[in-house]
Design a protein around this ligand. Sequence first.
Ligand SMILES: Nc1nc2c(c(=O)[nH]1)N[C@H]1C(S)=C(S)[C@@H](COP(=O)(O)O)O[C@H]1N2
Ligand SMILES: [Mo]
Length: 302
Amino acid sequence: MKKFKYSEITPESIYKKRRFFIKSMGLGFGSLSLSTLPFVNNSIANTNQNKVTSFKDITTYNNYYEFGTGKSDPYIRSQNFKTKPWSIKIEGEVEKPLEISMEEILSLFPSEERILKLRCVEGWSMIIPWNGFSLNQLLSKVSLTSKAKFVEFESIYDPSQMSGQKFPVLNWPYKEGLRIDEAMHSLTTVVTGLYNQKLPNQNGAPLRIFIPWKYGFKSAKAIVKIRLVEKMPTSSWMWASPKEYGFYSNVNPNVDHPRWSQATERIIGNDIFAPRIKTEMFNGYGDQVANLYTGMDLKKYY
Ligand SMILES: Nc1nc2c(c(=O)[nH]1)N[C@H]1C(S)=C(S)[C@@H](COP(=O)(O)O)O[C@H]1N2
Ligand SMILES: [Mo]
């Protein structure tokens, strides 16, 4: 299969429409060819990775340290996690601070299917049929002040329900952040479900963020607060190990983690003999996001 960019083969108008079309197709997943799908990293269609990751793999192989550090801990330990009632506060550098319930969010912002690739900093990846909407839709409700330069996401803190929070593995609550232009990019997704079902607890129910061109840890789960701030926030991972985890954390095969290479990745769900695939700059979403970083030294701002 020839490698191409969607932006090269489709007129701009069709391209824009296609980006959000998948829901109406009503397809079953598991065997879809990615070559026809928007959002998805095209290079993957050229490799042995031509399938959306199975529901089972997406929901049983997780990172969610609030429930433990093992890959199956979140699936095993999160099933009784209470996601109702739930509301999210949006505060800080905004004209109209907001507390909004999950019900309101679901009725105000219809979710669509967005098939996006997750690349974990540990060197594995999945292709996940998320349901969600762009974060910029939610942020349009609060009127940002001119000082709103960054966004900070805060996950829930509740050690009575999350046994992992009884240990100082990270400085709870889990915090992540984006620069405001990254947060406003339409690929930055508020996730409310996957496989057209409500979001499983282990994947961050009832609501998490997903940023496909950044390493998975940027995509915080079970968010209770979104704070607009003037200064670059310190994320939990920066705080834990600043040399290993920078603020930007864009997927970049040319900038290795201090303890391992980031040049290739393992596709979850493939058999153990399947070769690793090459990791792509910005996880394959460079067409859409590279312009956010024009002139920036991405080795320095890792
Ligand atoms: N609150 C919280 N969010 C989190 C994490 C976490 O430990 N706690 N792990 C991150 C990491 S390292 C990854 S790779 C993704 C995994 O998302 P998934 O389990 O839905 O695939 O969630 C991210 N979000
Ligand atoms: Mo990760």
